[in-house]
Structures are given as C-alpha cells and as structure tokens.
Design a binder for this molecule. Sequence first.
Ligand code: ADP
Length: 668
Amino acid sequence: MLESLLIANRGEIACRIARTSRRLGIRTIAVYSQADREALHLASADQAVCIGPAPARESYLNGAAIIRAARAIGAAAIHPGYGFLSENADFAEACLAAGLVFVGPPPAAIRAMGSKSASKDIMRQAGVPLVPGYHGDDRSMAVWAEAADAIGYPVLVKASAGGGGRGMRIVDRPEALGRAVEGARREAMAAFADDSLLLEKYLPRPRHVEAQVFADSHGNVVHLFERDCSIQRRHQKIVEEAPAPGLAPRTRQALVEAGVAAARAIGYVGAGTVEFLVDPAGAFYFIEMNTRLQVEHPVTEFITGRDLVEWQLRVASGERLPVDQAGLTQTGHAIEVRLCAEDPARKFLPQTGVLRHLRYPEASTHVRVDSGVRQGDAIGMHYDPMFAKLIVWDHDRPAALRRLRRALADTQIAGVVTNLGILQAIAGHPAFAAGDVHTHFIEQHTTDLIPTASPAPDRVLALATLYLLAGRSAAARVQAAASPDPYSPWHDVGGWRVNDRGRDPIHLLDGARRVDVGVAYEAPGYRLTLPEGDVVASAEIDRNGDLVADLDGVRLTAAIVSDGAELVLMVDGASHRLTVHDPMAAAAGPEVDSGALTAPMPGKIVKVLVKAGDEVKRGAPLIVLEAMKMEHTINAPADGRVRLVAFAVGDVVEEGVELVAFGDGEAA
Ligand code: ADP
C-alpha cells in the first residue's frame, strides 16, 4: 500500500479521498490555492501545501506546481479527484516521469478516451453500440450536410474534446447547420483549445445511464452495476441514483457488459465510467468514457458496500481487485443530490456568498453527507459551484426517496442562494417518484420545479414576530441586569409597561406585501393578529439557537438568521425571507446595544475590545457575543474602569454568565 498521498483537488472530493486514505493509514497531503487558505479540505489532511493564486489555471490546474509540491514534501502518489487535472494525460505522464504514482489509468487510456471522436472508433471496434453520427476528419460543409441528412434531424453538434456540456448545439433543420458548426468550433477552440467537432443524432428524450467499471493491472475487469444520471441542468447532472429505475434486466445487463468491453478495449486500469444514452425503447448508445472517479460514485458505494477510493488506492499500488464479478452484489437503492451555489430561477447562474448558516442532516447508515464546506465559509467565484452532496440509501427506491425528502428537509442553508429548493421539488415530484426520468426532466416540469414566490404563510409571519419579540425581551433582560434593581417590574416588557411596548405591532415586508402583525400580551406569550386571524403564541430559544414556538398549541422549530433588516426563516424544510420594516421595531430587535455585563443568551465570544484596567466611557463597546447568528454588543453601562474580562475570543458562554466585571473594586 502507498505510504503517502497528495490530493490534487479541493472541496468535498478532497475531503472524501482524505477520509479513506487516513482510514488506510496513508499520510495525506492537501494542496490549496490562496483563495482556499481556510478551506475545510486542508483540515481533512495531515499536511497542506499552497500551490498558487486563486485562479484554477494558476493553482489546481497547474500540474507543474502540484508535482513540485509532491516532490518537495515526499509524497509517493497523486490522486487527481475529478475535474481539474483528472483526465489530463500529460499530467498523468508528468507524474510518472517524476517518479510519482498517478492514481488513475495509464496515460494512453486517458488519451484514447479524451477525444469523443477517437473513442467512438475504438468503441465501434469493440462492438459497443454508438449514437448514429459522423465523427470523421473531413471539415467541408458539404460532407457535414450530407452526414446530417443521412442521420436525420434533429442532430447534435458536439465538441470532440468537450466536457461539462460546453460546445453543444442542437440543430433541427438543414439551414441552421452551417451557423451551428461555426459557432461550436469557436466555442470549442476557446474552451478546449481544440476545435474538432462531431455530429450525433439528437435523441429527443433519452435517459443517461452509465456503467461503473473497475480494472486492475493484472487484467481483471469488473463492473459495479449502473447509475441513472438523467436529472440534469445545462447538460450536467444534479441527481443520480443506483440502480437505474425501471430499466429492463436485459438492457441493464447488456449495458454493463458493454462497459466492461469498453474498458478491456483500451487496456484500462482503475475506476472508470462508461456513459450511455438510453432511448424510450431501451436501445442504448455509448456517448463517452470518463477515465476517473465520478462525482456520483457514492451511490455505487452504498448499493455495493465497497469503497471505490480504497479500490483506486489498492489498484494504484499494484494490488489485484479485491473481488471478481461473481463476488459483487447490489442491495437496495441509493440516491445522490448535488448541492450547488446557483440560482435555478436565473438559469442556474452560479452564486457567491458566505454560508452564514449551514446545517446538514445527521449522518447514519441511511444518510451520507460529503461536504467541502462548513458554516461561515465563503463560496467564491473561482471554482465549481457544487459544495456538497447528500446521499441516501434504503431497501428500495420508494424508501430511499422518503429518506431523501427527509434529508433535504433537514438541510438548512442561508447566506448563499442554492439549488436546495429545486432538489426538494424534484424529490417531491410525482414523475420522479414514478421513475419517469429523462434528460429533459427539469425543462419538462419547470413550472412545478421552479415555483414563483408565494406569500409567506401566517405561521412564518408569527415565527418572525416571535423572534423579534424574543430579541426585544432579551434586550430588556440585559437592561434589567444592568440596572441597580434587576427585579424591578418595570423591566417586565411583556406585562404591564410604561410605554405600552407589549402592544407595539411588528411591521414586516414579505416581498412587496407589507404585513402589520398585531401583538398583545397574553400569558404565557402573546396574541398575534395575522392576515388570516389571531393565534396565541409563545416561544423560546433552544440550545442550538433555534426558535421553538408554540402556535395555538402546535410546536414548531425554526432556524432564523438575520442580516440587518433581513430575516431568513428556515422551517419545515422551506426557507422564507422577510424584511423588518419599521426602524423602531428593528431597533428593538435582538441587536442588543445597551449596557449589560452578562450574556443575554447562550453564545460565543467573537470580539474582546477591552482589557482589565481600561478606562472607558459610558456606552463604549466592551465585548461582542454571537448568538442566534447575530452579534450582540455589550457596552459600558457608565463611565468607569474595566475590572475583569472573564472570557476570550472563541469561548462559548451560557446565558446569564458575567462577561465583564466593571466599576470600582480591586483589579484582578
Ligand atoms: P460532456 O462531456 O460535455 O458532459 P456528454 O457527451 O457526456 O458531454 O453529454 C452530456 C449530456 O448531454 C448527456 O448526459 C445528455 O443529456 C446530453 N446529450 C449528449 N449527447 C446527446 C445526444 N446525442 N442526444 C441527446 N442528448 C445528448
């Protein structure tokens, strides 16, 4: 087995590879760009080396820098993950030349499959069915027009070196062919520095089904069954599952055997995926082979109980495959969804931002979370918008689908726009439940999957109101604690009051709709007057910082994140955004500025602005506590001297503990 491994990637895949490597006792080395100094994948490895500036070309795509780092640190092998340099034959060759093991196939196999055109010739010879098409070298338009006529419209123009769906054009009539070819050549040249194209019959409603294959350097080749990856946007997968639902056993068998034949035909070694399109009649056609580990490999791991990264590492160190074909079985059903920072309502445009709140479902034998980020991390514009994957498993597809819905409902994200909502909509769609999947699923069901904004339900307005009221009473408690008589009834905001604060309405903006929520004290909480009627409500903040509310006897838990006047409420698996309208109400919200020296709620110290002995003026900020995703500043209650600061940055404190001792007395 290998002694040490450099992982030439980032994000969830780097973390995932590190996990298996560590389990096998292999020393792991992460690489990172200057943009990734704080990234999670660094923490997952034993060591980390910076390989260059943020742009991928200068770091994660900089093969020379990566090999230099591997040699400098004494790594025995390099795992390229997926994307970046994983299918770059020159890089694989350079690794070997530098005396490093490349965890992947031999460069010649990468090269053979690197061109969609050349790979098709190989596949035809191996007897693997191809999509009818033209992939010759002749560039004359007359030849292309003739080929397109022979194939029959619509046809698909594809970049031979393509990937990620780029450079593809659908042509539905002969007159449009010339322009499409010209445009695709330009695009392919810009994206891949290679303008060779091919022509394929455009299948109107295919499924994408792929075979996972594995080979060792002793001539053994097996398949680990198939995956369905038909749910795509921009020709890229976002939901994958295994086994492929509703595929006829004969088709399934023929398809995985074709995958094995493809691997044999090119002397393949390692993990590979042979991709096919399957038409509604069950005929399947080879489209390409990916000579690496796939993003969606965890569904295969779930149904087979095998660790594919472990297999890769064993094969790379010269071992034989641990089992033969007869030794491989599949159990149950697995589904994966890709969480991406992108906006489905704006053509899946990638998004950036800080993950202010991030909560995943609990991992179990049924749920796996492969994440490359943690709460507080920034998602930048330099790399792929996918930041995590959720994978579920159960005994059959309906049960796995239930797990998926549950896992998605338990996922909470605020701060960055993501595709969580559309993944939930897909998981909840009857056509998906029926297994009626194809590559145009998202287009076909757009209206169901990308809902237009609907008014926030009353219970959400109630939760927002309670949150603001909780903040108001926290502020009051703080004032009370700071006052000479903390037990004064004048501090009881909810009850009888001097300025009738208990009845101030809360003004919220729900999109363009303004909602005034009436608030009246009614033990043990409030009577709220909402658009659809009154509810009796009370709430408290639990240890996770969630708001636990009782609305007319119904208990609800919400995670709430505030950002200035904006509130993001995550409840029942849905996310709602509201704006606090009234500046007075906002001021009375949980932003606590008055002078208290105790923690108004459980939280974490994020700033200490003074030290013992400092003389400060009344109102000067002393310490900042983060709680409920908000910052609460503790200010000096009067002019005076700081006696003691009881905590340091990073400390977690309970509600009510004294943070700063203030005023006369002995300095500590
Ligand atoms: P890339 O390498 O850019 O990912 P692929 O050849 O793997 O390109 O195809 C990606 C996706 O594009 C497929 O999963 C499918 O949805 C669509 N596609 C590719 N070829 C065809 C075709 N001939 N007919 C219909 N759809 C196609």
